[in-house]
Design a protein around this ligand. Sequence first.
Ligand SMILES: [Zn+2]
Length: 424
Amino acid sequence: MSNDKAGEGKPSKHIRLTSHPGQQGSNGSPIIHWGAGSASERGPVIGTTTNRSQRNVIGTHSGSYGVYRALAVAAGNLVKGHRADLTNTSPTDLIGPHPQWCDAEKMVSIDPWGASVADVFSDHIAQGYDVRPTIAVTKAHIDLPEIHHALTFHRLIPDNRIFLENGSAVVTKVAIEPVWWLPGVAKRFNVSESDLRRNLFEETGGMYPELVTRSDLEVFLPPIGGQTLYIFGNPKDLANPEVTLTARVHDECNGSDVFGSDICTCRPYLTHAIEECIRGAQQGGVGLIAYSRKEGRALGEVTKFLVYNARKRQLGGDSADKYFLRTECVAGVQDMRFQELMPDVLHWLGVQKIHRLVSMSNDKYNAIVGSGIDVGTRVKIPDELVPADAQVEIEAKIAAGYYTDGAVPDETSLASTKGRDLDG
Ligand SMILES: [Zn+2]
């Protein structure tokens, strides 16, 4: 297998169609020119299963939910070939276009035109092409006990604009499905496109043969969860480096985020970030929570719970010095979140500077700064918000390079930082 990098020397078996904007592929589907200067030059992403001759990508829309769609068709609940009626579904707020949208280096895992397909690809839709949105933008109020607490204790004062008298906050929220341009993803990970394609094919159990048989198809709709954004204040301000941006990029942790499990700092850090975002927006800035579906460091929740047991049953009990080791024993790696693709969503929003980054993760910080976005202050989780049983996690992470303005624990300190027993 060759070791060439995407974008440099291509392996000879990768035959590239050189074509002009608007030109059609061998089966009549529009060709995608990733990174082109406009939507019409770029071409629509068509992942329909209704009309296979229109398809110009590998995979289908809505990632893993395609399996539920198959069940619904099999069970007779969904008519095969249903076309979405997109009446009144257009975004509540327009995002972009931003210069980053036309830079094949800046964005490789999101279709920048994914929210506005009904508008920018109206001609294709009128011609009968099944072009579907991969991004949806709407408005909501969010209501969280921790934010009520902030109201009760006067940490936040209602303004009837961003933060209401009843303790809820006004947000714009955005759902984003992943759309991977494989040459760019390969380059981001410094691997050859052919190696990436072969591993995607093999590790999904051969689910997508086109990964290895159709090198002319460069775009993949992967069967993974996407991202959700919660924006506080005017979304247009996200692209203005003069407006103070408070942001957290958060990776899913169902146990803590939803159920309040106290073994980690995920929910307290998330709700602290929401409070910071509201406060920042009230002061004339803008706030952003970017939430990625990467449960249990993208290892999945079964692996995560196995690790919890291994941590708490090991000789000497759960301790910070063995925190990463136990994960590696079960999963083979410490972490599979790979923050390399995470900054794409920031570039989609036009972000140039994050004034206050509510994260201690060195991986996230390095990915953001490495992608060309300035970061001002890093905001750590307040000590009083760290649950007792989560001291193991936070101390281990700080020792491994997470940002802190306090002391970095040494080996002795890590060994003496203990968590609760399983039956404790
Ligand atoms: Zn967690």
